[in-house]
Design a protein around this ligand. Structure first.
Ligand code: SF4
Length: 218
């Protein structure tokens, strides 16, 4: 994949932005992207103000591991204040509409700012992660953000991801050792049992076809 990704990014003129959301897939994707030696890369994270402490610790760990800065984008504080008055701490679980509102304010709006002026957006998405990602391609044109969207490990299995991490001795979010298989905000993510789907711990009160935060809706 490394040479295929090098070939893809060599055709991109302008800044390549990689969104880092503390997942195992993200550290693999980051490692692959840095190995391409592309010059104009920005690594960013969306600070929803609802992250696990483990994710904040991991953020710093990854920065130190690679000697890079992971830029953070935060939501508008006034919008968050109004949201917290409306929903309280766990009100996003009350309805799909309220959950989408929370994701819109804490994730989607900051992402719009993070991607402004970027030429490409690199993600750690995999097709096998969920029914909502089944048709994922390695390179797509993102009409909403008007850039190339690149998913270098689109066709990888979960096993390939963890094999890569192990082989290359990459740091892993400690939540994986506590039974988490997909990482999100603290109120909306739980550990899963053996045999459960990898995304079963995300918005576990919703149907699988609704389990997206709005960042990757086409
Ligand atoms: S994942 Fe949960 S806490 Fe995070 S932005 Fe979405 S609804 Fe809000």
């Amino acid at each position: 994949m490394s040479s295929e990704l090098s070939d893809i990014v060599s055709k991109i003129k302008g800044t390549i932005a990689l969104s880092f959301s503390y997942q195992a897939e993200d550290i693999v994707t980051l490692d692959l992207l840095l190995k391409t030696k592309a010059q104009d890369i920005e690594v960013f994270a969306l600070d929803t103000l609802k992250h696990f402490q483990a994710c904040k610790t991991y953020h710093k760990q990854v920065e130190d591991f690679y000697g890079i800065n992971i830029k953070t984008y935060k939501p508008d504080q006034n919008a968050v204040d109004r949201l917290e008055i409306k929903l309280g701490e766990y009100g996003m679980r009350g309805s799909l509409e309220d959950r989408h509102l929370c994701c819109e304010i804490r994730k989607v709006k900051p992402l719009e700012i993070a991607l402004q002026g970027r030429s490409a957006w690199v993600t750690g998405l995999r097709a096998a992660q969920s029914v909502t990602r089944a048709n994922l391609q390695i390179v797509e044109c993102d009409a909403k953000y008007k850039l190339f969207k690149i998913a270098p490990i689109a066709s990888w299995s979960e096993k390939e991801v963890f094999d890569y991490i192990s082989t290359h001795h990459l740091p892993l979010n400690e939540l994986y050792s506590q039974g988490f298989k997909s990482i999100g905000c603290e109120p909306c993510t739980r550990a899963v049992k053996e045999g459960e789907d990898v995304r079963a711990g995300r918005w576990w009160w919703e149907n699988p076809e609704h389990k997206e935060c709005g960042l990757h809706i086409k």
